[in-house]
Design a protein around this ligand. Structure first.
Ligand code: UDP
Length: 372
């Protein structure tokens, strides 16, 4: 065999696996079916702005090991995520915090806010939340659920909130303070120079072949290496033989605007049901509206995000981690365990709603066991 490892997919999981393997003296080939590296964290420079082509990625973690690892490959800026919710033109601060509660109810103190939430929760009669709707109401009450969660979530997932798992909403903090930092993370930022550059640094000196589709010619690729690291969709690897896992896909409508400021923030979520997009990203604000020399940029690039049910041929973005799909994934995982020479990893390979730091943590744990 020419290689010890064939890594399928040049996203975060694949790139880091390859880096660690090469550092241990292994012979590695990375392939990707796209014409570029970096998977869904790929950024492309347009009008001097690093545009997140497959959706906004804001790096955040509480894991010092992960932070120390990734900062070897990029310096991060001080961006702090603080999205704004737009509900029929009313603007609210996210995540749910005292600014949100003040705007929603006119309450001034944390005690008053807490009382409101408790009262609404009591009236809804929820003791043990069984789904996203009940979880949301018991966290923030019915008003916030109706205006800031219900419409957004139904657009995002294409399913009613009472048919979605509660854990999705637990990603969002609820605070009785005036802190509108979206994440409870010790470390946060955007890699200076873009994510593509960061992944390029991780892959420095490693053989990468682009526009190569593993699933189109398995025999050829499997003949190249002793082991495979597969980061594509697990059900596609098995030719969907047990059925298809459900994913959500996203369509991005990108626009260059001849004005310096469209919405004054990186992310504005449209939380009503009528607006067809879920959110608009204005990419320049991830870098404070300036180019690498610190000059203000005259134009702006925005992306409207439209969420849709994945169908063959679309890009899969979000695994739908409900019970039905969880059970199907479990069956695929059992099949995967029998593939002794294949490692399945990443958001698609493990069918998990991973954040970037969780992917890094997962791949580092794996390489520690795998590479001796
Ligand atoms: N969410 C919401 N309203 C918002 C933002 C998020 O109801 O304005 C809910 C929605 O169900 C979403 C979940 O919180 O799927 C997680 O949001 P997050 O921003 O973490 O999603 P991502 O950035 O990964 O798309």
């Amino acid at each position: 065999m020419k290689y010890d490892y064939l890594v399928v997919g040049a996203g975060l999981y694949g790139a880091i696996f390859a880096r660690e393997a090469v550092n241990k003296g292994k012979r590695v080939l990375v392939i990707d079916k796209r014409p570029q590296i970096a998977g869904n964290v790929y950024t492309e420079k347009i009008e001097g702005i690093h545009v997140h082509k497959y959706g906004a990625h804001i790096f955040h973690t509480n894991n010092k090991k992960v932070w120390d690892y990734i900062t070897q490959y990029a310096e991060f800026n001080r961006f702090t995520n603080s999205p704004v919710a737009n509900y029929h033109g009313e603007l609210y601060s996210l995540p749910f915090n005292m600014y949100t509660f003040n705007k929603m109810w006119g309450v001034v103190t944390p005690e008053e806010a807490k009382e409101r939430i408790e009262k609404q929760k009591r009236e809804a009669g929820i003791t043990e939340p069984k789904n996203l709707e009940e979880q949301a109401i018991s966290l923030v009450g019915t008003d916030i659920y109706e205006k800031l969660i219900k419409g957004y979530t139904q657009k995002q997932w294409g399913r009613p909130c009472d048919q979605l798992p509660a854990f999705i909403i637990k990603r969002l903090p609820v605070r009785l303070t005036f802190d509108n930092n979206y994440f409870n993370a010790l470390y946060q930022g955007i890699p200076i120079g873009g994510y593509t550059k960061m992944v390029e640094n991780i892959l420095d000196g490693i053989e990468v072949r682009l526009s190569e589709d593993f699933l189109e010619d398995r025999e050829k690729f499997c003949g190249l290496a002793d082991k495979i690291v597969y980061t594509g969709p697990i059900d596609a690897y098995f030719n969907y033989r047990l059925g298809t896992l459900e994913y959500r896909s996203v369509r991005f409508e990108n626009e260059v605007l001849d004005k310096p400021n469209f919405q004054g923030n990186a992310a504005v979520n449209y939380t009503d049901t009528e607006t067809p997009w879920t959110r608009i990203i204005e990419h320049k604000w991830f870098e404070f509206g300036r180019d690498s020399e610190g000059n203000e940029l005259p134009k702006t690039v925005i992306s409207r995000e439209y969420s849709s049910e994945w169908k063959p041929g679309d890009e899969p973005y979000y695994p739908v981690n409900d019970e039905k799909n969880g059970a199907l994934y479990e069956s695929y995982r059992e099949l995967a365990e029998k593939e002794k020479n294949v490692i399945f990893g990443g958001r698609l390979g493990e069918y998990k709603y991973y954040d970037m730091d969780q992917v890094i943590d997962a791949v580092l744990s794996r390489t520690e066991k795998e590479l001796v």
